[in-house]
Design a protein around this ligand. Structure first.
Ligand code: NAD
Length: 434
């Protein structure tokens, strides 16, 4: 098994030289990263297509555009975020002044998943660089083309003592996790998140865990069903349902269920056509193991639309399953594929009761104009973040920290939250001798 101590020693010694504490140095690195991304745009599009059949438009928006947006926003705001802040001083400390200084943590480890293999690897790096750290990135082995490309982009153009990509499988992660990094930023499943947290605890290394879970979508009787159908389908079937914040299942009021299902069928047909298994613009499932797991759900409940699959190409049609109960196999774990179970309800309060009995979701979506219901859901249910009358778009705002709670994770990033995540805030009282 490889030993990464030498790499970490090099990063720690580079960090101690202090270059990364200079704001201009950080900004120059972010500009360089942006140029590298722009000059590799076609390679990135090709890699995520070969790994996941991700259509160019999705690659441009969700893999590349999102990261470039983060870089621009960070460059624009970094000096302000990093400047020491004077804060109030209590009357008991008369004659003193109080300040908060941000400082980088040191060398951070970023472990990335396969579903947005470029974005979820590079967006945390932007925060790590902005806050003045060195970093080691371990991309997912399940998307080998993107992993290779990331290694080429970073390792050929940036010194390893500053930023370095280590490719590999579980053993590589395990070996990296044994080293004494100053911070670990992990994106992946809840199960592996626990392994990461345990390894980090041995070195008292703080962590951010960006995990998954079953994200509910509630469609109430007063919802705008045209918009609900479009926005749920877009959030669910992008990347073939392999999005951490995708609506996992839909809870729909009995009075509007049939109409919602009819509209969703229309939206799917209009968006992906009749021959979806042959559609080059529909994502593929990442591996045979995931394909088989998903296929086993297709006989749950009653089929509304979809249900077709092709194992040789790892494609499953956008599928809706009605008459699902909380006990069905598909309701036990995060689905992470293009299959949408539907459960109907009469009373919103019953739905809330069911959701809060389960692990806290990463996201929740509510389609309703009723502000009382909106308030009730927001105050009674704990979840990472979400949207009213929309799906997934909360995660594309620089102004909304993105992260989970409970089983869906800890910590957050994006925009200033990324800078904060990778910084330590040092509180200083300056007292005069007068
Ligand atoms: P995963 O947990 O299997 O793997 C993630 C990373 O951990 C990979 O780099 C992998 O090599 C590494 N890894 C796997 N097993 C390990 C082990 N035993 N020890 C150490 N490292 C190990 O997750 P995945 O399948 O790549 O991604 C899917 C999951 O990630 C879903 O649950 C999804 O919801 C979640 N996810 C969350 C977010 C978020 O932002 N919250 C984003 C994307 C995906």
């Amino acid at each position: 098994m490889e030993n990464y101590q030498l790499l970490l020693d090099k990063q720690h010694s580079f960090f101690r030289k202090g270059h990364t504490k200079d704001i201009d140095y950080r900004i120059e690195t972010l500009i360089k990263l942006k140029e590298l991304i722009l000059s590799s745009e076609q390679d990135i599009i090709r890699a995520v297509y070969e790994d996941l059949n991700k259509p160019e438009i999705e690659a441009k928006r969700a893999e590349i555009g999102l990261v470039l947006g983060e870089i621009d926003f960070t460059i624009e705001n970094l000096a302000g975020w990093a400047a020491p802040k004077e804060v109030n001083t209590p009357a008991t400390h008369e004659g003193a002044k109080s300040f908060i200084y941000s400082e980088p943590l040191g060398s951070v480890l970023v472990i990335a998943p396969w579903n947005y293999p470029f974005q979820l690897a590079v967006a945390p790096l932007v925060g790590a660089i902005a806050a003045g750290n060195t970093a080691v990135l371990k991309p997912s082995e399940l998307t080998p083309k993107t992993s290779r490309l990331l290694a080429n982009i970073i390792n050929e153009h940036l010194p390893e003592e500053y930023l370095h990509v280590v490719e590999g499988e579980v053993e590589t992660s395990t070996a990296l996790l044994r080293e004494n990094f100053d911070y670990i930023f992990f994106t992946g499943s809840t199960g592996v998140g626990k392994i990461v947290a345990e390894a980090a605890a041995k070195n008292l290394t703080p962590v951010t865990l960006e995990l998954g879970g079953k994200s509910p979508t509630i469609v109430h009787s007063d919802a705008n069903l045209d918009e609900a159908a479009r926005r749920i389908a877009r959030g669910k079937f992008a990347n073939a349902g392999q999005t951490c914040v995708a609506p996992d299942y839909v809870l729909v009021h009995r009075d509007v269920k049939e109409e919602l299902l009819t509209k969703m069928k229309e939206v799917i047909k209009a968006g992906y056509g009749e021959e979806i298994l042959q559609n080059p613009n529909f994502g593929h499932i990442v591996s045979e193991r995931h394909f088989d797991r998903l296929k086993s759900f297709l006989d749950n409940g009653e089929l509304v639309t979809g249900g077709g699959s092709d194992r040789s190409n790892l494609v499953i049609e956008p599928t809706i399953l009605d008459e699902i109960s909380w006990d069905d196999p598909i309701m036990q774990d995060e689905i992470f594929g293009p299959i949408l179970p539907i459960i109907e309800y009469d009373e919103p309060s019953k739905v809330i009761e069911e959701i809060v009995k389960r692990p806290k979701p990463l996201a929740l979506y509510l389609f309703s104009e009723d502000e009382r219901l909106q308030d009730e859901v927001l105050t009674k249910v704990s979840f990472g973040g979400g949207a009213i009358n929309d799906t997934i778009n909360h995660m594309t705002s620089h102004y909304l920290p993105f992260g989970g709670v409970g089983d869906s994770g800890m910590g957050a990033y994006h925009g200033k939250a990324s800078f904060d995540t990778f910084s330590h805030f040092k509180s200083i009282l300056k007292r005069s001798n007068d």
